[in-house]
Design a protein around this ligand. Structure first.
Ligand code: IFM
Length: 437
């Protein structure tokens, strides 16, 4: 029961939940390997030594999962298509069945084309991967385009670049530090080419899902301010400036590709207008000057040579991942985006928001979601054009380098029996959605 009702959102506001292919599907034998299969097979890469070979076995249990979505009462379901599966014989058949099942259940399919599971034969350091991505986008749109409500080209290219190629904490496990920047550029180019390819295939309503969060300087000293500014550029502007303004933040453009001419031409493709802008928000980050030692941050160990250090946000509850719970930072983020980009900012959709916590009586998750939905509403009241909100995640799933230790689901998954058990937060969200109707 919703005791303190959530305020009304504008008509047509889309409520949904999100997942990604590698984190839930399993059935690794029915697809080519991805960089994540190689990474997880290397000892020490994933904390609990697990892999996503079975994960939630959604590939075989998708009907049960769609029934959970229907019962939950969401308008839309955001899932990703696995590029390595599409490369395998019959791979698109699975998504065809899934999309049909969703439509029959009255749930609108929202498709992410890339959520980190790159086919192992490809490499984002290669410029040509961007063109391969556009070909793949066309193939998926050709098959599913008649039923998909919204398209997302890439999920969190910042994390894929920084964690996967700069710091080595995610697949493909490279530690290139700033030499990883071409990976960002090639993904952005892939996005722009895919937007064009999707439109050419007759698909519309296209966006991207970028992760963002306010950066709070540790103090007002010039050193802390400069470090926070640097971090903010990496996380909050490196991807959104080229997409929305058609330029890289100052001083970064030269580092992005082998030739400056490429960058100038590519930026025109990258800034191809999108129909909406997706934001994944979890927490703000407090940042100060480097402290010359490795820093533990959200399950990561950040190298000491970084030009910033991440500090604790005190006086806040933390999730069991150690992320601070700061709902009002979502309002700050969205109003800040509106100020920065003005009319260049298309309608926004919060494509991910959620927290990890244990147990099926997950009161912490309910408090987290309640606080963030109210904070989102305050952004709407302040004039930000927000069109939807997606909870991460429908199911507990394979949380990348953390393995199965972090549970983000509204539905508990027993990884031995694969039994699904809706948590208290699932019931809470179902009540909220019913009350809205
Ligand atoms: O599980 C991830 C997801 O794949 C991308 N966004 C953040 C989530 C929680 O870490």
């Amino acid at each position: 029961m919703v005791t303190n009702p959530i305020p009304q959102f504008p008509a047509g506001f889309l409520w949904g939940v999100s997942t990604s292919a590698h984190q839930i599907e399993g059935a690794a034998d029915a697809r080519e390997p991805s960089v994540w299969d190689v990474f997880t097979a290397e000892p020490g890469r994933v904390k609990d030594g697990s892999t996503a070979a079975v994960a939630c076995d959604h590939y075989h249990r998708y009907r049960e999962d769609v029934a959970l979505l229907a019962d939950l009462g969401v308008d839309a379901y955001r899932f990703s298509v696995s590029w390595p599966r599409v490369n395998s014989p019959g791979g698109l058949d699975f998504y065809d069945r899934l999309v049909d099942e969703l439509c029959a259940a009255g749930v609108r399919p929202v498709v992410t084309l890339f959520h980190w599971d790159l086919p192992v034969t490809l490499d984002w350091l290669e410029r040509d991967t961007a063109s391969r991505f556009a070909d793949y986008a066309s193939a998926v749109a050709g098959r599913l385009g008649d039923r998909v409500a919204k398209w997302i080209t890439l999920n969190e290219p910042a994390e894929h670049t920084l964690l996967g190629h700069a710091l080595g904490a995610h697949a493909p496990g490279r530690r290139l530090m700033f030499d990883a920047l071409p990976v960002a550029h090639h993904q952005l180019l892939a996005h722009g080419l895919a937007v064009r390819a999707l439109r050419a295939a007759g698909a519309g309503d296209i966006g991207i899902a970028n992760s963002h969060g306010p950066t709070w300087p540790a103090s007002a000293t010039p050193e802390d301010m400069a470090a926070a500014e640097f971090y903010d550029v990496l996380l909050n502007r490196l991807f959104s400036d080229p997409l929305l303004l058609g330029r890289y933040p100052e001083g970064i453009g030269e580092l992005m590709a082998k030739s400056p001419e490429d960058v100038a031409t590519d930026l025109k493709v990258i800034a191809e207008p999108v129909d909406w802008y997706g934001i994944n928000y979890y927490a703000p980050t407090r940042v100060g000057a480097p402290q010359g030692e490795e820093i533990a941050f959200g399950g990561l160990s950040l190298p000491s040579e970084l030009p910033f250090s991440v500090r604790e946000i005190e006086g806040r509850p933390v999730t069991d991942f150690g992320w601070p719970v700061v709902p009002e930072a979502l309002t700050e983020l969205l109003t800040g985006f509106r100020e920065r980009y003005g009319d260049r900012l298309p309608p926004v959709v919060v494509t991910e928001n959620g927290c990890s916590c244990e147990g099926v009586e997950d009161r912490e998750r309910i408090a987290y979601l309640d606080g963030h939905i109210r904070a989102l509403h305050r952004a709407v009241e302040a004039g930000v054009d927000v069109r939807g909100y997606f909870v991460w995640s429908l199911l507990d799933n394979f949380e990348w380098a953390e393995g199965y230790a972090r549970r983000f689901g509204l539905v508990h998954v027993d990884y031995t029996t694969l039994e699904r058990t809706p948590k208290a937060s699932y019931g809470w969200l179902r009540d909220l959605l019913r009350a809205r109707r």
